[in-house]
Ligand binder design. Structure first.
Ligand code: ADP
Ligand code: MN
Ligand code: MN
Ligand code: MN
Length: 371
């Protein structure tokens, strides 16, 4: 096997011995944060002398921002502010994973910390009880930089048999998908489900429904778990929205949205209202839907391969070639949720959910500006 990493080939039985050693009353806490690229995740671990019972028991920490594309000038220390705690599915109970916000030396949000402003919006629209569910698509890549399991030279058979497939020649890398699913459940991620995608070696998991700020928190940690599980298997999961040019599907983060009003009897009228508002802010949203101001999505949103055109807004019932899709069942029941199909796989869910809540639920003069 040349396409998996050297680390994944280390003797895992030896590792098991150390992992099974008792750790006394101590607790390992792994702090996780978003780096200066707005896409990358970083983490480091420390010992606490007792098990934290809630996020309030986890102290602030810091790191060297000059090594994560995050520092400004000569002040390279950045603060880590714990915001949400999960169980650690790798080192097991009582150890924790903790998602953190990043602040600069002056305690102002780091440039890629979009959680703070997202939370402001979510607090402002609290009475609407906005729920999100995000479908995270990703592609497995071998150590050779090629989609995992694809022939060294040439391509697999064209798309058609792979979506939701079973069978050795159609579903590639399922061990990773199943391990990640269990890791999410153990950690406390509200994982909704998973499926094989249209392009071979492409998969999806869904997180949600989650209310408000929790969507971004849960998705970022679910991504961390994915990258970490992939490490064990020696394969890379990329969130590039169009990893293979040509007749191969790209990868998105379809974002499903509902408010209390939309979920109640006759809620379809509120869904239509929200879509009308979204139609007037198409390009503003596209700018927020990938980490490069729409550049990444230009490769993906071509109007082909179940996508809409990046320059045009469209909406429709059961239409997978539209910017916004109303699921068939929602059209029939006249209540439920809608799906924004535009966010790229590598989007920041804080920016996406913030933009949607801003546009659909706040008047222009109430909108929260800034990062
Ligand atoms: P698709 O048919 O587009 O592939 P999926 O089944 O993959 O849809 O994903 C559906 C998503 O919708 C899940 O993330 C789920 O959490 C989310 N969802 C379901 N009900 C609601 C709701 N009322 N509000 C917001 N999101 C919802
Ligand atoms: Mn889906
Ligand atoms: Mn999908
Ligand atoms: Mn979808």
């Amino acid at each position: 096997m040349t396409s998996v990493s050297i680390s994944s080939c280390l003797n895992k039985a030896v590792r098991e011995h150390y992992m099974s050693l008792p750790q006394g009353d101590k607790c390992q806490v792994t702090y996780i944060w978003i780096d200066g690229t707005g896409e990358g995740l970083r983490n480091k671990t420390r010992t606490l002398h007792t098990e934290p019972k809630s996020i309030l028991d986890i102290p602030e920490w810091n790191f060297d921002g000059s090594s994560t594309y995050q520092s400004e000038g000569s002040n390279s220390d950045m603060y880590l502010i714990p915001v949400r705690m999960f169980r650690d599915p790798f080192t097991l109970d009582p150890n924790k994973l903790v998602l953190c916000e990043v602040l600069k030396y002056n305690r102002i949000a780091a440039d890629t910390n979009h959680r703070m402003s997202c939370k402001k919006v979510m607090d402002q629209v609290k009475e609407h009880q906005i729920w999100f569910g995000i479908e995270q698509e990703y592609t497995l890549i071998g150590k050779d930089g090629h989609p995992f399991g694809w022939p060294q030279n040439g391509f697999p058979a064209p798309q058609g048999p792979y979506y939701c497939a079973v069978g050795t020649d159609k579903a590639i890398g399922r061990d990773i998908v199943e391990s990640h699913y269990k890791a999410c459940l153990y950690a406390g991620i509200n994982i909704f489900g998973t499926n094989a995608e249209v392009m071979p070696s492409q998969w999806e998991f869904q997180v949600g429904p989650c209310e408000g700020i929790e969507m971004g928190d849960q998705l970022w940690v679910a991504r961390f778990l994915l990258h970490r599980v992939c490490e064990d298997f020696g394969v890379v999961a990329t969130l590039d929205p169009k990893p293979m040019k040509g007749n191969w599907n790209g990868a998105g983060s379809h974002t499903n949205v509902s408010t209390k009003q939309m979920r109640e009897e006759g809620g379809l009228q509120y869904i239509e209202q929200a879509i009308k508002k979204l139609s007037k802010k198409h390009m503003e949203h596209i700018k927020m839907y990938d980490p490069h101001g729409g550049q990444d999505n230009m490769r993906r949103l071509t109007g082909r391969h179940e996508t809409s055109n990046v320059n045009e807004f469209s909406a429709g019932i059961a239409n997978r070639g539209a910017s916004i899709r109303i699921p068939l069942q929602v059209g029939q029941e006249k209540k439920g949720y809608f799906e924004d199909r535009r966010p790229a796989a590598n989007c920041d869910p804080y920016l996406v959910t913030k933009a949607i809540a801003n546009t659909c639920l706040l008047d222009d003069d109430e909108e929260v500006k800034g990062n």
